[in-house]
Each structure stands twice: as C-alpha cells, then as structure tokens.
Design a protein around this ligand. Structure first.
Ligand SMILES: [Zn+2]
Length: 449
C-alpha cells in the first residue's frame, strides 16, 4: 500500500466508537488514533478533514448479494411469487446473461452499495452460461476500478432439471470445470492478510442445485486453499421438505454430512433452524447473513437473530440479489433489519445500535475479516460519513440513531483503505447517467428476448 499523509477526521457530529469524540486519525489504510474529548492528535503532520457536519460509522459490510440480478429488478413475471416459482421464472432470463451485461450489472450494484455507505461487499455469482466463464474475473476488474473491497464467491450449480434440480441445463457446469475454475480464481485473485482488497470464496448455490459430491469436494478445496465457504441455507419450508425428500434429513444435517459445519462457512438467510441447530451453528462458529428485505419480499420468514446470537452465532446483514430486494442499499437494509427484528423481539431486545452492529462487526465476522467493521486503532480505515442535512433528518435529537430511525440512504463520503471513494455523494470518475442508460438497455434486452 502506498504511503499516504495521515488524515484527522475532525470533530464529527457523532461517531460510532467510544473515546473518539474529536474524531479519528487514519494513515496508510488503517485507523491509527482515536482522539478523545479535549484532546488533539498525537500523530504528527496530519491533514484535516472537517467532519463537523458528519456522522461517522464503520464502513458497512454486505454479506450476501447476486450483482447480476440488478438486470431483473421488479420483473413482472417473477413478482408476487415465493422462492421456488420465483427462481423458475427467472432462470431462463438469467441464462441470457452476457459478459457485457454482467459488467454493467456489477458496476450498478457496487455503485449503489458504495453510495449507501458500504465499504466491503461479497457477491454470490452462480450462473455460468456458455460465454460467461470469466464472470468472477469481470467482477474483480469492476471492484478494482471502483476501489471497493470485495469477497467474491465462486458460485456453482451442477444439478439441473435433468437431475431433478431447479435450474435449466444451460446455466450449470460439471464438477471438474467448477473445481478447476475455483482453484484458478483463488490462485489468480485471492489476497491474504488484513489489507486484502480482493478475496475469493467458494459457494455452491444451495443444497437443491448441486450434487453431494460437489458440496463435499468444495469444502475439501476450501480447506486446502484456506478460503471461506458460502451458500444459501434454511431460507424456506420448501427447502426443508426438498432436503428431507432427497437426502432424508434436515438442511443443517446435510450440511454437516458434507463437511461444511465449521468456522469457514457463512450461510445466507438461516430462517428455519430449530434451537438445537442454532446451538450447533454457534459451537461450530458458522455465521449467518440476515437478509431482511429479501425475506420480506419473498415472504420467506424472519431469521431469529436474537436466539442465534444467544447461541453464539455471528449475524451479518446482506441486501441479497436485486431480483428479490430489489435495491442494493445497505443502509436501508440496516433499517429494514432493525424494523423486522424490533417487531419480532420488542423494544427491550433490539435497538438501532444492534442493527448497525450486525452490518459492521457482525458482517466482518461472517466473512472472517476481524480487522474490518469497527472504528478502533489498528482496524482498516473503512469509514462511512453521513450528513444530516436532508428533510428526513430535520429535528433529530440523536445523530447516530437518526441514521436508522429517519432512514438514511445516501452517504456523503466513503473511505476505503484510507482512500476517499465517495466524495460529496458521488463516486469520482463514474458517469452514473451513462451507466443507467447502458444498464437499462441491457436489462430490457435480457427481459424481452
Ligand atoms: Zn441469495
């Protein structure tokens, strides 16, 4: 990482950290000092960023998404359906995905995330129609252009309609191709250590779209290459029935049989686990990505986050794919998770601080990156700064609570690894109007074909 002049983010309106009333100092991509009340930085020759109009929080971390789905938002044929029929309506459209369309979709999703205060995102890409073999390479290039920190998961499906699965034959690959490409991507792109900007994880789509052999081989490969594992689990009751019919057990038992129950894995959704299963997850240090908007739109159910946390399970937040959310705004996801879980558990158990904690420290635990998601000395200089000068905030008493309660949705500044990647609510160098024009055209073409 190049040497940068230390910057004092000075006198924020509020900051999500103890002992940093006068702000934080960042240098060389890390937070090097918290400046307490009545103090000045001890770090010499600091530049100053006046944060007097900003609420400063750790950059938000998105633990579940399918970027390509920005091309099929609010698509009439898939609307008002539950998961399985929703998937069946969308697979044939997704089979028409091209490298050019994916590049636009990824750029749209990443830009939306960054403008909402996100500094690290995952993506779960699992459709590989012919011609799109380099999907993950396309995602890496887009992340590097925008300066976003990413954990891109190499998804997979090898159980198509031919074998009793849901996806059409044209979007699946065989086991050898999937494993060879997974190893190639890790060797080519996966960075190690706390400053890593690009990481790769391995991610079969779900128990109903891959074979047992691929589930097991993927876990073995992840252990060998020392990378993380991700998949969807316990999203619907349909899935429980399907798993019992095909494998004669519940989804978590199946996951365990496949060698997945451990610290490497984080699972999207986790709605339908029983008390014993939650304990097993907690003991194994397997984390859950809670996707509040997606779960409400598909009427899948509500992840029992408080019981999970009591059982020792780390909870992160994910916007999920844009065909089921249909936005990629992570700050709005914080509010959605807060509302859903507050309604479930009541005022004594869930506060705005919990929702912000899930999207930061909780999400960092999901992706195995303890150096992210917190404003503390030695952690990454990944920060999101929000102004409270919109109508929605007027009259707010507690600035930090206002972000969640009044519905913040756009960051004014975003710093990733010590670099400003969003300035005055804009990503420098990104022509948003042109991006929307090209992305909309690609979406229309795909949906109409
Ligand atoms: Zn998903």
């Amino acid at each position: 990482m190049s040497e940068t002049q230390p910057i004092w983010i000075k006198d924020p309106l509020a900051v999500m950290a103890d002992g940093a009333e006068r702000g934080v100092v960042v240098s060389n991509g890390r937070i090097v000092e918290l400046v307490g009340a009545g103090q000045a930085p001890a770090t010499p020759s600091t530049a100053i960023f006046d944060a007097g109009a900003h609420v400063v929080i750790p950059g938000l971390i998105n633990t579940h998404h399918h970027f390509y789905q920005t091309l099929t938002r609010a698509m009439p044929a898939a609307m008002d359906r539950e998961l399985f029929p929703w998937l069946k309506a969308l697979y044939p459209v997704w089979a028409r995905l091209t490298p050019e369309a994916l590049d636009l979709a990824v750029t749209v999703a990443m830009a939306e995330l960054m403008l909402s205060g996100c500094t690290t995102t995952t993506d779960h890409h699992y459709v590989f129609p012919a011609g799109l073999e380099d999907a993950i390479d396309i995602e890496v290039a887009a992340a590097q252009r925008l300066g976003l920190r990413v954990i891109l998961t190499r998804g997979s499906m090898n159980r198509s309609q031919r074998d009793g699965g849901l996806p059409p034959d044209s979007v699946v690959q065989d086991e050898d191709t999937i494993l060879a490409d997974s190893a190639r991507l890790v060797a080519r792109h996966h960075q190690r250590g706390p400053d890593a900007m690009v990481q790769i994880a391995l991610a079969p789509c779900s128990p109903f779209s891959v074979t047992t052999s691929l589930m097991k081989a993927t876990a073995d490969l992840a252990a060998k290459l020392d990378v993380r594992l991700h998949t969807h689990l316990a999203e619907t009751e349909d899935e429980n029935r399907f798993c019992e019919e095909i494998h004669g057990c519940r989804p978590l038992d199946y996951l365990e049989q496949c060698g997945w129950l451990g610290h490497r894995a984080w699972l999207a959704h986790g709605i339908f686990f029983n008390a014993d299963e939650m304990k097993r997850l907690g003991k194994a240090k397997t984390a859950i990505s809670h996707c509040a908007c997606s779960n409400q739109i598909l009427a899948s159910g509500c992840c029992p986050v408080c019981e999970m946390e009591e059982a020792g399970v780390a909870i992160g937040l994910g916007v999920d794919g844009s065909a089921s959310n249909d936005e990629s705004n992570l700050m709005q996801e914080v509010r959605a998770a807060f509302l859903l879980q507050r309604a479930r558990y009541g005022v004594g158990k869930v506060s705005h601080k919990d929702a912000l904690r899930w999207a930061t420290q909780g999400s960092a635990a999901c992706v195995g990156r303890p150096e992210l998601g917190e404003i503390a000395v030695g952690k990454a200089a990944d920060l999101a700064l929000f102004k409270l000068d919109e109508l929605r905030f007027s009259g707010a008493g507690d600035p930090l609570a206002a972000l969640v309660l009044c519905g913040a949705h756009r960051a004014d500044r975003v710093m990733i690894g010590g670099h400003w990647r969003v300035i005055d609510g804009v990503i420098p160098g990104l022509d948003v109007a042109e991006l929307i024009r090209r992305h909309s055209a690609a979406a229309s073409k795909m949906q109409a074909a």
